[in-house]
Design a protein around this ligand. Structure first.
Ligand SMILES: CC(C)(COP(=O)(O)OP(=O)(O)OC[C@H]1O[C@@H](n2cnc3c(N)ncnc32)[C@H](O)[C@@H]1OP(=O)(O)O)[C@@H](O)C(=O)NCCC(=O)NCCS
Length: 157
């Protein structure tokens, strides 16, 4: 137990969060696909490269390797939409997801932050609730596997 905690702490202290750059797109999006158990497709680069370049993207690094990321974009009604948050499974549960989310929450927005969660992962709802998000609306049968889309909103403090 002690050694696990030590290992996690040392992993965490050797990690850093930086803005992602367009050159990071391939490893960044490959890791994102792996974390969401999806196939990486080169076609997705046409859409996501501009998001990395013109919107907001942060990468978590461990020894220069990308081990996590977050992407966000401004919405037309003055919010920041958190479009993605992911951490390599080997590095989870050591605070990295929280650190990435905090970078996104520190972005200025007039009317707060918004995100979507698949409602089949209750721990994610608790995770975002702890970070000040509240359930706003549910859209049933939204995802291809039949799960619902829970829209969560964090009002500007
Ligand atoms: C969500 C995700 C980014 C969290 O990353 P992380 O680095 O583990 O986050 P943290 O270490 O900051 O964890 C914060 C807390 O969330 C909760 N949590 C995270 N993963 C959990 C899990 N699998 N089961 C239960 N609780 C979990 C825990 O309360 C955890 O705190 P604790 O470890 O002190 O108990 C990561 O699990 C992930 O990449 N998941 C796959 C992609 C995904 O679903 N992203 C979110 C889309 S809305």
């Amino acid at each position: 137990m002690v050694s696990r905690n030590r290992k996690e702490k040392s992993k965490n202290s050797n990690t850093r969060i930086e803005k992602a750059k367009i050159e990071d797109a391939v490893p960044f999006l490959k890791l994102e696909a792996k974390c969401f158990e999806m196939q990486f497709s080169k076609v997705s680069l046409y859409y996501w490269r501009p998001v990395i370049d013109y919107c907001f993207a942060f990468k978590a690094l461990y020894k220069k390797k990308i081990i996590g990321g977050a992407m966000a974009m401004p919405t037309r009604d003055g919010r920041i939409y958190v479009s993605s948050l992911f951490v390599d499974s080997k590095f989870r549960r050591s605070g990295l997801g929280t650190r990435l989310l905090n970078r996104v929450l520190a972005l200025h927005s007039r009317k707060g932050h918004i995100l979507d969660v698949k409602d089949d992962k209750p721990y994610l709802v608790s995770f975002y609730t702890r970070h000040g998000f509240r359930k706003k609306r549910i859209v049933r049968d939204y995802y291809s596997d039949g799960s619902s889309r829970l829209i969560m909103l964090r009002l500007k403090k």
